[in-house]
Design a protein around this ligand. Structure first.
Ligand code: PAF
Length: 279
């Protein structure tokens, strides 16, 4: 696997590779790689000729500096995992390589930026779009691969791609779960065994919604699921919402062509998110 630390080094290499029929896949990550990330690498390798994985803990998307400081950075382990997964290229830039000190960025994300994650973490998606746009400009990928676990992030990036008319195809890849159902996340390593057990209710409630959304009123169902989570031990619920899957607007009747249920909660000091596409 080739490793690049600079944008110019990486784009010179990729330009030398790109011929008319050669496709590049990008898997952007913040490291602390788990099987969810590795599944993105595998899907990317099946769909493109060369896979670039980026590892960059992006400071502009953190709304809490402690969260940024505590974000796991097991880089040697990550490199070993990428080598074993036959990833072609790792892009591992420093903060100063990606940002000038006085840089500004703003993109109009409409309501997507104000609801759910956007409401709880104001500015988060501005930071995400800022770095993903830079990665797209540097790598110029044919396809970019993101996990469904960050469902709202996927819609936000899609909105940016549409708005800036970027020539990249976005691929949403399925959520990978532990055997017990917990969605894989780099943050899971912070969970104690008891917190891990408490966190299983998140997936269980999503399953409850999957089983009942066709036969029950959505508003009542959402209330019932919220009650279950609010009374669950060790769970500090931030939101549980059934939304229009295209734009994340709240639903108020049954006749939506596409539906997604999203949940966020703190379990101990660890913040977890999960979701399921109902329809
Ligand atoms: O999903 C993530 O890990 C990050 O938000 C991303 C897309 C790599 C941007 O920093």
């Amino acid at each position: 696997m080739k490793i690049f630390h600079t944008r110019s080094g990486l784009s010179t290499y990729l330009n030398s590779k790109k011929t008319s029929n050669f496709s590049v896949g990008l898997v952007p990550t913040m490291g602390a790689l788990h099987n969810g990330h590795l599944s993105l690498i595998e899907i990317a390798a099946n769909q493109t000729d060369l896979v670039v994985c980026s590892i960059f803990v992006n400071p502009t998307q953190f709304t809490d500096s402690k969260d940024l400081d505590n974000y796991p950075r097991p880089i040697e382990n990550d490199i070993a995992k990428l080598e074993a997964a036959h990833c072609d290229v790792l892009f591992l830039p420093s903060v100063s390589e990606m940002y000038h000190k006085t840089e500004q960025w703003h993109i109009d994300l409409g309501d997507l930026d104000k609801r759910l994650e956007g409401k709880i973490r104001p500015g988060h998606y501005q930071g995400v779009t800022q770095i993903v746009n830079k990665l797209f400009t540097t790598v110029n990928p044919d396809k970019a691969f993101f996990g469904q676990k960050d469902y709202q992030q996927f819609l936000v990036i899609k909105k940016m791609v549409d708005q800036l008319k970027l020539d990249v195809e976005l691929i949403m890849c399925p959520i990978i779960r532990e055997q017990d159902g917990l969605a894989m996340s780099s943050r899971n390593i912070h969970l104690s065994p008891k917190e891990h057990a408490d966190a299983l209710i998140l997936n269980q409630v999503l399953k409850f919604l999957e089983e009942n959304f066709k036969t029950q009123n959505l508003i009542n169902l959402e209330k019932e699921a919220t009650k279950i989570l609010e009374s669950s031990e060790g769970i500090e619920l931030e939101y549980l919402e059934i939304c229009n899957a295209d734009n994340l607007e709240p639903v108020n009747s049954e006749d939506y062509p596409s539906l997604v249920a999203l949940v966020a909660a703190k379990v101990g000091r660890t913040r977890l998110i999960d979701n399921t596409i109902l329809r």
